[in-house]
Design a binder for this molecule. Structure first.
Ligand code: ADP
Length: 301
């Protein structure tokens, strides 16, 4: 596959992933992945479960050494010793100790990250978690915990932030808040954000890279992949009168919207009508067709 290159618009790091194959115990999961990033933006790494998204994140962060190929940031090859300095990786498993208060946990991570107490205060405001500073981690909701784990990531300025499924297992409202937060934090930064959620990719990403069977299937601007009609399918937890007027396709109620920006309003309206949403997905998008035989690529918000 030729190596896609993106235009530069000012502040960089240049990130190059050149012919990278990587995996576990000698078994390849990623195969010949190549791309080049030169523009700060959110890059959604999209693919079904098991496609290799986490493996790509681990390899880019230097945790996994590639079997072949090279990862370079601003020309410097990334390996286990250098990865941590340039890249911050937020695993989907948060691992924040329950027995600490939020500020204590962040102070501990600040030590590990060689950040200072003023950075802890900065991220408390940045992630809007100052009111939680004296609460025990064990007392937080899953959305609050996620904010704390993202706060950890932003303790230090990095060239590149890797966020592995930051909205997985969150309810739609909290997931939407986290996306807004990441969008605000990502200005002038390179953020790779993995997801198996097409709707999410369209909402926050400027670029998308799709991983399929360990290979880079597609890399480009999301706006180029948009179809003219934006139709979402809504699956509810139980039947609801409020959905009676919607056409149906299988288990999905269909609704045409002007664009993905209209989804939060739709969610709010349905929520106010007492509809309990199990899943919302975009129907008939070219990206979705890419995963046509991978039914788990449904947009769970
Ligand atoms: P995704 O993040 O897209 O869901 P992963 O990168 O986690 O995919 O997994 C890709 C493949 O690598 C899967 O087949 C998975 O079973 C395998 N895999 C992931 N982690 C390990 C590991 N620590 N040891 C062995 N195989 C793994």
């Amino acid at each position: 596959m030729s190596e896609p290159t993106l235009e530069s618009h000012g502040a960089v790091p240049v990130i190059e992933c050149l012919g990278v194959s990587a995996g576990y115990d000698g078994i390849r999961v990623l195969r010949h992945v190549s791309f080049r990033i030169t523009e700060p933006a959110i890059y959604v790494v999209l693919g079904p479960n098991g496609a290799g998204k986490t493996t790509l994140m681990r390899t880019l962060s230097g945790i996994l050494e590639p079997y072949e190929g090279t990862i370079r940031i601003d020309g410097e090859t990334i390996d286990r010793s250098s990865g941590g300095g340039r890249v911050h990786y937020l695993s989907h498993v948060d691992g924040i100790p329950d027995g600490l208060r939020v500020r204590e946990a962040l102070n501990f991570y600040a030590l590990v990250e060689r950040a200072g107490p003023s950075d802890v205060e900065r991220v408390l405001d940045l992630l809007e978690i100052r009111p939680l500073a004296d609460r025990y981690v064990s007392q937080l909701s899953s959305g609050q915990r996620k904010r704390v784990s993202i706060a950890r990531v932003f303790l230090r300025e990095r060239a590149i932030y890797l966020l592995d499924e930051p909205t997985s297992n969150l309810d739609p409202k909290v997931a939407s808040e986290i996306r807004t937060l990441v969008l605000n934090l990502s200005r002038e930064r390179v953020v790779l954000y993995s997801s198996h959620n097409l709707y999410e990719a369209r909402e926050i990403g400027r670029y998308v890279m799709t991983i399929r069977d360990g290979q880079l299937a597609l890399f480009g601007r999301i706006e180029d992949l948009r179809s003219s009609h934006f139709v979402v399918g809504i699956r509810t937890l139980e039947p609801s009168d409020a959905m009676a007027g919607f056409p149906k396709q299988g288990e999905y109620y269909l609704k045409e919207l002007p664009g993905p920006e209209a989804v939060p309003d739709l969610l709010r309206t349905l929520e106010s009508q007492g509809v309990r949403i199990r899943e919302l997905r975009e129907m008939g998008n070219p990206l979705e067709e890419l995963f046509a035989d991978a039914p788990e690529v449904l947009a769970r918000t």
